[in-house]
Design a binder for this molecule. Sequence first.
Ligand SMILES: NC(=O)CC(=O)C(=O)O
Length: 286
Amino acid sequence: MSSENLPVAKGFRLALLQMLVSRHKQENLAHARELVSRAAQNGAQLVSLPECFNCPYGTQYFGEYAETVPGETSTTIAALAAEHRITIIGGSIPERSGDRLFNTSLVFGPDGKLCGKFRKMHLFDIDIPGKITFKESETLSPGEELTDFTTPFCKVGIAICYDLRFPELTRLYADRGCHLLVCPGAFNMTTGPVHWELLQRARAVDNQMFVATVSPARDETASYVAWGHSTVSSPWGDVVAKAGHGEEIVYADIDLNRVEEVRRQIPVRIQRRCELYHSLAAAKPQ
Ligand SMILES: NC(=O)CC(=O)C(=O)O
């Protein structure tokens, strides 16, 4: 992009919709419509839904709820974006493509057109005996592509939940010029208390960028109980907005000057010694 086409606005209002997700897709879509409208009325210009907002989170549900793109859910979100003239990150949905399923985030711009499609790159396969065993790879395939998109405010990168544990991914987005990472995610009652905020603040401070995470609201009756606590962390690594665990919209007025300010003050991005790291990694241990 040439410099005259670079986004110029230095701030915008972000809204994270920590929505309570039910087993009824139609109910979820109607609820998403309500929350998006409320956020837009309150001045949000970029809005994100949570991971799996049209279906309960669980490998037993993905096949039943999966849709092609375009499909019912993507059409609904596209229409909402156009109606309110905002950008919507459609959390994620189970996507069917041929005989494969993906956990996919779709992004629609203020013209209602698809401007990004990210498929969860790192599948959530973990086993913590007596606590939680989960294997997304039983039903899902991993994505292979980065997805960033340009808004009038800044470039935004997308990751989904478990992807946040892989610092390489966020670094790639930062290197591509993203000043904000949005990560729809549903951590759980075992990993959430310790890892959720820690990971996003780490990604924010490592890359000196804003990081926003968007969880479904906690539902104690669900088979997978989400941690909640959707959060916005600043390039300094502090939390600038955070939800509790119930249904809530989190608003944050993002000041993009903060990215340049922190990067100027602590210039780690230009002090990296990448060539040295590569040669050290390639060297045989003594
Ligand atoms: N649900 C996820 O993808 C990730 C998660 O809960 C965790 O990493 O912990």
